[in-house]
Write a protein that binds this ligand. Structure first.
Ligand code: SF4
Length: 243
């Protein structure tokens, strides 16, 4: 099946981009060709960003779950500042489930949405105790049933806590997947599905993680640094053309 892809002016689909869309080439691409290009992109990003460790400080699955819940609309650095004391006081789901809400709010008040997050943490810990005997579950369905856990958080947990392939689609992953013409979707679940179709499972966690890093360090929302981009020649939205 042939799909029309490169005719999409990717940068213009990003409404925050102040840069005009200038796709450097137009062609049709088969699913196989797109898959081959995605694998090459994955390879180059793996060379550029060898590390795939989650930047959120944690020692176990429970701590990672707490940190990822806290990271919504916050920087990882801000989360890493509050979690040491939070984990010291509430080291287990049992302890967290019994925590006074006011104390949780006080511990995380430097983070955005801290009241809602404090409620989610407490409720999530209660659910871990009630349904999973204090353990963190390792399936998408069980994880997304927990308070404060959406599909993106669940995919981070699968990939980084359980070594189960997962594609975490955040704002960077969404923007880059569209600019790279690996999807034409805006809905994260559909983007996840498109990426899963063109990459083997063992690439999923690392690929989505590295797209996020690339979005933070090079492919900025407003002014992508195409001139120094490692995947320039594979990107139909490049503003500089192939290197
Ligand atoms: S060439 Fe690189 S920086 Fe430029 S739009 Fe494509 S992925 Fe982003």
């Amino acid at each position: 099946m042939r799909e029309r892809l490169f005719s999409v002016p990717n940068l213009s689909t990003d409404r925050r981009s102040a840069t005009p869309a200038q796709p450097n080439r137009r062609k049709r691409e088969t699913l196989e060709e797109k898959s081959a290009r995605a694998k090459e992109i994955a390879e180059r990003l793996a060379r550029a960003y060898a590390e795939v460790e989650c930047p959120l400080a944690h020692d176990n699955a429970f701590q990672l779950l707490v940190a990822v819940i806290l990271s919504a609309q916050c920087t990882d650095a801000a989360v890493n500042k509050v979690t040491p004391e939070l984990f010291r006081r509430y080291a287990t789901p049992l302890a967290l489930s019994a925590a006074p809400l006011a104390d949780l709010e006080s511990l995380i008040r430097t983070l955005g949405l801290f009241r809602a997050k404090a409620k989610s943490l407490k409720r999530c810990a209660e659910q871990l105790m009630q349904k999973f005997n204090g353990a963190v579950p390792s399936t998408m369905e069980e994880l997304t049933g927990l308070a404060g856990v959406g599909r993106k958080t669940a995919n981070v947990m699968l990939g980084h806590a359980f070594n189960i392939p997962g594609i975490a689609v955040d704002t960077h992953c969404k923007r880059l997947a569209n600019r790279l013409a690996l999807t034409r979707q805006q809905d994260p679940v559909k983007i996840e599905k498109d990426l899963a179709r063109i990459l083997p499972p063992h690439e999923w966690t690392g690929f989505s993680h590295r797209l996020i890093i690339h979005g933070r360090r090079t492919c900025y929302a407003r002014k992508p640094a195409c001139e120094r981009c490692e995947i320039n020649s594979l990107c139909p939205s490049s503003l500089t053309g192939a290197k």
